[in-house]
Design a protein around this ligand. Structure first.
Ligand code: ADP
Ligand code: ZN
Ligand code: ZN
Length: 724
């Protein structure tokens, strides 16, 4: 009797999702296929996660049969099923939640009956353990790992002696055979080679990665403008000529218009885009094109990591340090970890690119766990801009109450006089981040969230940035009745107003979540500024990366330390990254440019190292802190969050959970909390946190997995990025 393990498309708290069914003789079922099965008193759809013979199975047990095979071919190829099961285990979710992340919504796929379909062999498992070096098994594996996927027909024609070896490796799951369309190159655009001759460092990077073994992982560390993107482009050019596919991940498509355009202009309609504003049908179309091998390159956001590539050769994570690579909802994966899994199981190479690598990645490189390539020079002879740091406490003492220091004012005046452009960063939108009574100190709070409301001048409204609650600004204090209401904590709107006051003729653009809601508005803003239809661009971190403006000669960072006091262990890392990224926005044209950093705590090492453009300096200090306190990369972290509209119930739940995880202390985990979350109330829910730090093993994961699946108001995030 054949038995299929089927992951049921239903989430029932506390219940395992995979159930066993008998496969009737007349049905042909493969792993990854969708099937209909009886479930309780009804039926359910599910995905076959494993097939086996009934050996060792209790004969007394009569299994229900698989009723129907839904699609004529598997929706998920074998490595995707394996990946889904791994993601479920790694990030404590149900397998179906992981599978769903891999499938376009409302899948309506045409049956896969293309006659041009060919059988393609590719490496999906690790190098075979049995077999001497030089044995047929090794030879075949090496060949496929090096060359990438091959047509089975061609492989056997040239090496008929490999027939049995191939069969064995397929049986073991080391090599997979998939049916796919012959990669059809769409008519019209032949990719054109680079207009540039690579410099020495770039050429070496391309060579090293190209020559590296299948599945190798690399940190490509290079300051902005050092030519990383050109390295990706040229490697991909080689890859697709070799018949492989490439995936380029960017933090957010809308924020990187230039990167996207460079891929499109180099590779034309070989490039598909994958991002959140695609419609369901566009999504399904791209998904199919990737699966069939019609699309050679995808540029996309994190969820593109789950696209069904048949012969993936390269994965690039550009700006790999960005927090957007961590998914906050189920499955709560980190894109870098999934990319590493893919490298290990499909042989794709991975490049992590950044000017300011995450501490984890920098650590892996220094431990030789991944390759490490540095681009140390900017293209051309452009230098990094000098950075001047201004202590805003002194400005205040010397009577300057403006949000701009005298140094920044002077630089701006000069730049505008020379018809050059300036960018001003402030990582806070709105006009004022809080509204407070001068007499009693009462600040207006959101009634549903424990945060102060932000004043937005354009709408003349107070708004909550967590739940979007809005209200009219009060004329008198709700607490003491005073009329002395004041606005504090400047946001981007306020910066624009100050620019208008000081430089009446300057044309100003504002870039934040309020002004840039669509990809179109983003391209528009980019075009307007690059073509100098404005002089000053005021924005949040949205504009800190990926944009190249040759006429910008001054970058001002209005408040460098806004994030330094958040209760989040990545606060220094984030501050450092933001400062470096922001200062990379100048000095891209002919002039070296100038950066002015305003801070209330300028002596902080994150600010000091950013000022001297020293990643190593920053890393040395930060890694010590991580080591001392056991934060990643030195320990694993789990954030347990309980959120409930009833405060009493939230407290009850969190103390019950605290009891349940008490045993973890004996397994070497440090348990912090339970305590109210830094934001104790959001959208009307009371929030409590427990933070776990320490080693990780299957026993620990099993306990946490049970809690995640059984406690409905508790969610557990592995290696969280959002700690508030
Ligand atoms: P990064 O991705 O590291 O910021 P880019 O690849 O965007 O760097 O390169 C910066 C600029 O230099 C881009 O405008 C790019 O077109 C140009 N460039 C890159 N490589 C070369 C090269 N070898 N010769 C000339 N220009 C180059
Ligand atoms: Zn008051
Ligand atoms: Zn709110």
């Amino acid at each position: 009797m054949r038995i299929a393990d089927v992951v049921i498309d239903r989430v029932i708290p506390g219940l395992d999702q995979a159930w066993s069914y008998e496969v009737p003789n007349e049905l042909s079922v493969t792993v990854g296929q969708r099937v209909r099965v009886p479930f309780g008193k009804t039926q359910s759809l599910g995905i076959v996660s494993a097939l086996r013979e009934n050996e060792g199975f209790d004969k007394e047990l009569t299994l229900k049969p698989v009723l129907e095979v839904v699609d004529p071919y598997p929706l998920l190829n074998p490595w995707m099923v394996e990946l889904g099961l791994w993601v479920a285990q790694e990030y404590l979710c149900f397998p179906m939640q992981a599978f769903k992340a891999m499938l376009p919504r409302n899948i309506r796929l045409k049956p896969y009956t293309n006659l041009a379909a060919e059988e393609v062999c590719s490496v999906v498992g690790p190098r075979p353990k049995r077999g001497r070096a030089g044995s047929r098994r090794q030879q075949l594996w090496n060949l496929l790992a090096e060359r990438g996927p091959m047509l089975k027909r061609e492989l056997l024609a040239s090496m008929p002696e490999m027939r049995t070896t191939l069969r064995d490796l397929i049986k073991e799951g080391t090599i997979a055979v998939m049916r796919m369309d012959k990669a059809q190159i769409p008519a019209g655009t032949e990719p054109h080679p680079s207009p540039y001759v690579l410099n020495e460092e770039q050429a070496r990077a391309v060579e090293q990665i190209w020559a590296g073994p299948a599945g190798s992982k690399w940190l490509l560390e290079g300051i902005t403008g050092s030519g990383k993107t050109e390295v990706y482009l040229q490697l991909i050019h080689k890859m697709i000529h070799d018949g492989s596919q490439a995936l380029v991940l960017v933090p957010e498509i809308a924020l990187t218009p230039q990167t996207v355009m460079r891929f499109q202009s180099r590779f034309g309609n070989h490039v598909g885009l994958w991002h959140s504003s695609l419609t369901d049908s566009e999504r399904a179309k791209t998904w199919q094109a990737v699966r069939k091998g019609d699309l050679a390159i995808v540029v996309g956001v994190r969820s593109a990591i789950f696209l069904p590539f048949g012969h993936l050769g390269l994965i690039v994570l550009d700006e790999e340090h960005e927090g957007t690579y961590k998914q906050e909802e189920h499955p709560r994966y980190h894109t870098r970890d999934v990319a590493f899994w893919l490298a290990d199981h499909t042989g794709a190479k991975v490049i992590l690119g950044s000017a300011t690598p995450s501490l984890e990645t920098a650590f892996f490189a220094r431990q030789h766990l991944i390759g490490w390539i540095r681009l140390t020079r900017r293209i051309g002879s452009r230098t990094l801009p000098p950075v001047q740091i201004v202590d805003m406490r002194e400005e205040l003492q010397e009577g300057n109450h403006s949000i701009f220091s005298r140094a920044l004012q002077q630089e701006l005046t000069q730049a505008l006089g020379r018809h050059e452009q300036a960018i001003l960063f402030l990582n806070r939108r709105g006009y004022a981040s809080f509204v407070m009574c001068r007499d009693c100190g009462h600040a207006v709070q959101c009634p549903r969230c424990s945060v102060t409301l932000t004043y937005h001048q354009n709408q003349d409204q107070l708004m909550c940035h967590y739940c979007f609650f809005t209200m009219d600004p009060p004329k008198i204090c709700g607490h003491c009745g005073s009329r002395r209401i004041r606005y504090f904590g400047a946001g981007t709107e306020r910066v624009v107003e100050e620019v208008h006051k000081l430089w009446a003729d300057a044309r100003v653009l504002r870039a934040d979540r309020d002004t840039l809601r669509t990809r179109q508005s983003y391209y528009q803003l980019y075009q307007d500024f690059v073509e100098q239809r404005a002089d000053v661009l005021v924005g949040t971190q949205m504009i800190a990366k990926g944009m190249d403006f040759p006429h910008v000669s001054v970058v001002g960072i209005v408040a460098a330390d806004v994030a330094l006091h958040l209760p989040d262990f990545r606060r220094s890392e984030r501050t450092f990254q933001l400062l470096v990224q922001a200062s990379g926005r100048t000095g891209r044209g002919e002039r070296p440019g100038k950066v002015v950093v305003q801070a209330y705590e300028p002596e902080h090492f994150a600010i000091q190292s950013a000022m001297s453009h020293s990643y190593d300096g920053f890393y040395q200090q930060e890694i010590e802190f991580r080591k001392e306190l056991g934060y990643p990369p030195y320990g694993n972290l789990w954030l347990l969050e309980v959120a409930d509209p009833s405060e009493a119930r939230a407290q009850n739940t969190v103390s019950r959970i605290a009891d349940r995880i008490g045993v973890l202390a004996d397994m070497g985990l440090q348990i912090l909390g339970p305590a109210p979350a830094p934001l104790p109330k959001v959208r009307g829910r009371f929030r409590y946190h427990i933070l776990l730090k320490g080693p990780r093993n299957p026993e620990i994961v099993a306990i946490l997995s049970k809690i995640e699946h059984e406690e409905l108001s508790c969610s557990i995030t592995v290696d969280p990025y959002y700690m508030l």
